[in-house]
Design a protein around this ligand. Sequence first.
Ligand code: FUC
Length: 783
Amino acid sequence: MSCNTQQENKASHLKLWYQQPAKSGTLSNAAIVKRNDLEWLKALPIGNGSLGAMVYGDVNNEHIQLNEETMWSGGPSDNDNLEAFSALSDIRNLLFEGKYKEATTLTKQTQICKGAGTGLGKGANVPFGCFQTLGDLWLDFDSTGSFENYHRELDLDEAVVRVSYSQNGVNYKREYFVSYPDQALVVKLTANKPQSISFKSTLTRPELYQTKSTENELVMQGALSNGSGGKGLEYIARLSAKNKNGTLNFNNGFLEVKKADEVVLYLTASTNYKLSYPDFTGRLYEEISAKNLEDVQQKAYESVLVSHVNDYQKYYKRVQLKLTSSLDTIPTDLRLKTFKSNNKKSDLHLVELLYQYGRYLLISSSRPGTLPANLQGIWANELQTPWNGDYHTDVNVQMNYWPSEVANLGEMHLPLFSLMEMLQKPGAKTAKVHYNANGWVVHPVTNVWGFTAPGERSDWGMHVGAGAWLTTHIMEHYYFTLNEDFLKSKFPVLKGATQFYLDWLIPDPKTKKLISGPSVSPENKFIAPDGSMSKICMAPAHDQQVIWQLFQNYIDACNALGIQDDFLNEVQQAQQQLQGPQIGADGRLLEWNEAFEEIEKGHRHISHLYALHPGFQIDLKETPELANAARNSLDYRIKHGGGHTGWSSAWLINQYARLGEGGLAENSLKTLLSKKISPNLFGQHPPFQIDANFGATAGISEMLLQSHTNEIRLLPALPVSWKSGEVKGLCTKGGFVVDLKWEAGELIQAQVHSKKGGVAALSYKDNVINLETKAGETIQVPL
Ligand code: FUC
């Protein structure tokens, strides 16, 4: 492929681009990092699922902030509360008697976790720990002064950051990427005149590090706090370099390059963390990064780049979304600013960009064999990351994986199941100690050390439905892949969670329906009959819905695996007896078991609408009355200021899409784009929280294609402003891959590729088409 064609091709790539660097601190003031530092939110993220970097692109003092996904302070600890089970029935009776105040007091005394828990989101120095920065790579160039023709971009088609500028008559170029095949960050510096590259470089960290130099590398090493005054995780980062001409010296903790024509930097990192509970692998970890560094340097730069791009594109190129043919002539930050100043007018290029950026971030932060993407994916520049950069399981980590199946990135979903497997042992202990139940449970927060106890605050900490919600992801992956081996391997996790809720549910003394509790409707509170402000209750709608879905998952899994036994019968009966969704006198879906008045009418969580999305117990066509009640609840939330965090507005996109409301889904997308997106398109809670990015990509997919009821709905929520467009490669339940093309708001072409054969039940507007397919077949849908 000639260079020009390469250039032409690159020109058509989807990019985030800017005409100025993100201003970075310099080596001298490296230690002072501000929260939600605006300049960090202009830097560009790259990653391979475990190793991550934020590139500032500064001309004279380049700063690359580094992450490694297992960089967690803290350690394994026992937080289960031995008083819990003995008080459980008392709390339940108090709630049945309407004594919410007493029930809440007793819950606080007996049910919440022992110890410091999450440190109220500040867990860096308690055993819960915190996901922390790996550190910073600094390149201080000899060059000083002004520069021209500055361009900085993140090429989403290749997962490569490029920077170019002219200074003192020399044209400089830089290329940055994090390779999954080679497990290394690679940076190439070139200039169009010889001997033009000279800089001094080192590795630093805000604390707990030492950087040494050996003959041919810089080594930054240290150990984090275990949160109880001792040594915790050990880590190591290694930097090496290759130069063309000029000199290169490692000395006294610095790398010095003088008058080189070209330099390639390689960075690898490893820690002694192992995703098994609890386990440090000891000294071996140092060899992992040493081997990766040695191996990558044996290869030519071009081949490392090509294998990186090929590896990345095998996932990225599966889906294309075209909403506009206009060329992208406006720098991303200016485009965003323009849209923020007037979001009435759609910016379809920005929608395409946000869509694919979500897919890019998932490929870059969650790969087979890594940890799942946390609240910030793998990117954090602090020691005390907001909410510890952990795994919140009361919407956030689930939202991270909503796009994985429909947007054709099923492999990126796998780390979530590894986390569930790691939680089996501690979760079984919590189930037994707290509720004398079999199976396993997790509450609204967990971490890399296997935290499964309720949180330290009774209000949000007692989300007992979290385990069910998390586990529903197993069948979501199966419904889309029909991968029986996967299902067999994860069946014990699914059965364990189902076992727990069978033991946990009790009959409501009045209705005899099976109910969950004491528990909460994540993070919302109500005025209780005793006048108290409460969260603790019996039968929050959310729990009833996630448990219904889990039981349905279990039933479907048994059907798929040909399992028929007494336990299955028990699950089927229990599902029948579950307290189901209820509609209040005002036509809204009840959030609690009674029509309690919410304290915060515009609360960011919409936990009682789980059944509409991501669940499928409520559906526009199959349960129109409940869907209409859900609609009333959504409108009520928004009327009172709902959707006021990035993830919350992203959830609304999905919810309105499930209601076939393209215009309202687009409104929520506009709210997200105009209020909760950073210059580098990172989602904002605020602060930075990546679930908004993933939720938006999932929401846009849901507007174009849905299959939650096994009926494949084509263009179910197409906004009027998306007049013409095309989407290729979206996935559906049943193992189908769908391409759609529309003009003037009308579907004109549809193609279905069948991975597994079987009937594809398609619907477009009121037309239903049942397509008989064979595995491997691709069919043009007769419209
Ligand atoms: C839940 C949400 C918050 C935040 C935190 C990480 O607690 O209610 O808004 O997203 O997770």
